[in-house]
Design a binder for this molecule. Structure first.
Ligand SMILES: C[S@@+](CC[C@H](N)C(=O)[O-])C[C@H]1O[C@@H](n2cnc3c(N)ncnc32)[C@H](O)[C@@H]1O
Length: 203
């Protein structure tokens, strides 16, 4: 079974750990990057906007992008309900980004994308000189995180993502474990660490 995000959008936020994870990642980003300097931010693969909505009050402008219109409808509704003025949503036909940003954040998205070399290039190309990127995703795992669902990548070796960033003109500033997903599989709790790789585009 392949993950269908449109059908999951309405219930996405019912899993409390997703809200907590986004909050923890946002706090880690806030500690590392002066968000008051950021004019234009992008939450790439935003889902229901859990990560970017934690940053919205700190940056000048933020765009929420996703390939799922269902997910973006949830973000639009939150933007409307909260009366947020500096945020917009954009549906991507694929992961190609046509505008540029001085901060790109992405949480739990890359492992859903087949051609990761191309996607990291597109993300790097969409960064302004000196812009920051924070890529957060699963460390390599044995496939049990998604259980019966199939995804293109069972997490990543951090070195492979860092290598792709460096090859596309983004200098790696830091690689850290930002969160640990915990899931019961059978009778045992399993841990699935999430990395955060922070990079900065060469000026
Ligand atoms: C696991 S969800 C994570 C959502 C959100 N970042 C969060 O942490 O709650 C992955 C998201 O990536 C989106 N996605 C999948 N492929 C994509 C692509 N090629 N470009 C942009 N978004 C994509 C999905 O629609 C989905 O909303």
């Amino acid at each position: 079974m392949i993950e269908d995000f449109d059908s999951k959008s309405k219930t996405w936020d019912q899993h409390r750990y997703r809200i907590e994870r986004a909050q923890v990642v946002a706090d880690a980003i806030k500690k590392r990057i002066s968000l008051d300097q950021i004019k234009r931010a992008l939450d790439f693969g935003c889902g229901t906007g859990l990560l970017g909505l934690n940053l919205v009050g700190l940056v000048k402008d933020i765009v929420f992008m996703d390939t799922s219109s269902g997910m973006l409808q949830e973000v639009d509704q939150k933007i409307k309900e909260k009366g947020i003025q500096n945020a917009s949503t954009l549906l991507l036909p694929n992961g190609k980004i046509e505008s540029s940003f001085d901060l790109i954040v992405s949480l739990m998205v890359l492992h859903h994308i087949d051609n990761i070399d191309e996607q990291v290039k597109w993300l790097s190309d969409a960064l302004e000189p000196d812009g920051y990127i924070c890529l957060c995703d699963l460390d390599q795992e044995d496939g049990s995180f998604h259980q019966e669902e199939r995804v293109p990548h069972n997490g990543f070796r951090r070195e492979s993502i860092m290598g792709l960033m460096e090859r596309n003109g983004v200098k790696v500033v830091e690689s850290t474990t930002v969160y640990v997903n915990k899931k019961m599989i059978g009778t045992r709790e399993h841990e699935f660490p999430v990395f955060m790789i922070v990079g900065r585009k060469s000026a």
